[in-house]
Design a protein around this ligand. Structure first.
Ligand code: GUN
Length: 282
């Protein structure tokens, strides 16, 4: 059996076309990004986010701050964006330089503009089963599962990885969709015993090719969130041989990656809509 490939590029294009229609209907939507310092990967991500925003008609405000900015100065900029009515979404690119406190910075965001879904209010609402703004990567995985009509209710799902950005919100979204969810991590003993029983495996742990073909149940859905830079190039957390056993599988690249930016744009529209409902005169 050879798995059907879940095409994240095609679905991201479809989501972006939907978002462009929504933006046209809303009139003006603004996204601000805050990038501190000169991490090369972050510069690439921010550039892609702005290109994508412009592609769907979202006005974007690109704040570049020096690596030695103080915590107080950074929070003052976040607060200025919170108070700016022309800005619907704010994103502080991670990682921040070591001397800055990421949690404190995210807590300074207005939760209604937190298009990354990282603020404790948004994380808490997801935990309570009342998702508001949800992190873009797990949201993109759910959209992929929906597009390919994967049965989630009653399915056994294993999420490998427990990060706040992917693993934890992913597990909560699957739980809300009525899967039976296990969360595996670096201390999990005998990972294969869990995954061989799973109908859905989401690998988001950052270990190249950790998930071997014999760890996958025949016909299972396998979603690879991993992006590991190796001598052989960019590879996922799942061994490509798993495609011989899975029913559906995402490629790396071209699977979850393109969905992340598309869902960030969808979150920006969601925030813009909610803000207009909350404040129709604004
Ligand atoms: N760094 C890596 N991924 C992300 C993300 O999704 N959002 C932000 N803000 N920073 C990141």
């Amino acid at each position: 059996m050879r798995a059907t490939i879940m095409d994240g590029r095609a679905l991201a294009a479809k989501v972006q076309a939907e978002v462009a229609g929504d933006v046209a209907g809303l009139g003006d939507v603004g996204l601000a990004t805050v990038l501190v310092g000169d991490d090369p990967a972050s510069h690439i991500y921010i550039r892609r986010k702005h290109e994508a925003a412009q592609g769907v008609g979202i006005r974007s405000d690109d704040r570049r701050l020096p690596a030695d900015i103080s915590q107080e100065e950074l929070i003052a900029i976040v607060e200025e964006l919170n108070d700016d009515d022309s800005i619907d979404g704010i994103l502080v690119q991670s990682p921040l330089p070591k001397h800055l406190d990421e949690a404190k910075t995210i807590e300074a965001l207005d939760p209604a503009k937190d298009v990354d879904g990282f603020h404790p209010t948004n994380a808490g609402l997801l935990y309570l089963g009342r998702p508001a703004l949800v992190p873009a990567t797990p949201l993109g995985v759910m959209r992929l599962l929906d597009e390919y009509r994967v049965q989630i209710a009653g399915a056994r799902a294993v999420v490998i990885g427990r990060s706040n950005i992917v693993g934890k919100p992913m597990a909560h979204l699957l739980l809300k969709a009525n899967a039976t969810v296990s969360i595996a991590h670096s201390q999990t003993v005998d990972l294969g015993r869990l995954t061989t029983d799973a109908d859905i495996v989401v690998a988001a742990v950052g270990v190249a090719h950790l998930v071997a073909p014999d760890m996958i149940k025949a016909g299972a859905t396998v979603v690879d969130v991993g992006m590991n830079r190796t001598d052989a190039g960019l590879v996922g957390d799942v061994d490509p041989g798993a495609a011989e056993r899975a029913g559906l599988i995402t490629p790396v690249p071209g699977g979850v990656g393109p969905m992340t930016i598309a869902m960030l744009l969808a979150n920006t529209v969601k925030a813009a809509r909610a803000r207009r409902v909350a404040n129709p005169a604004g």
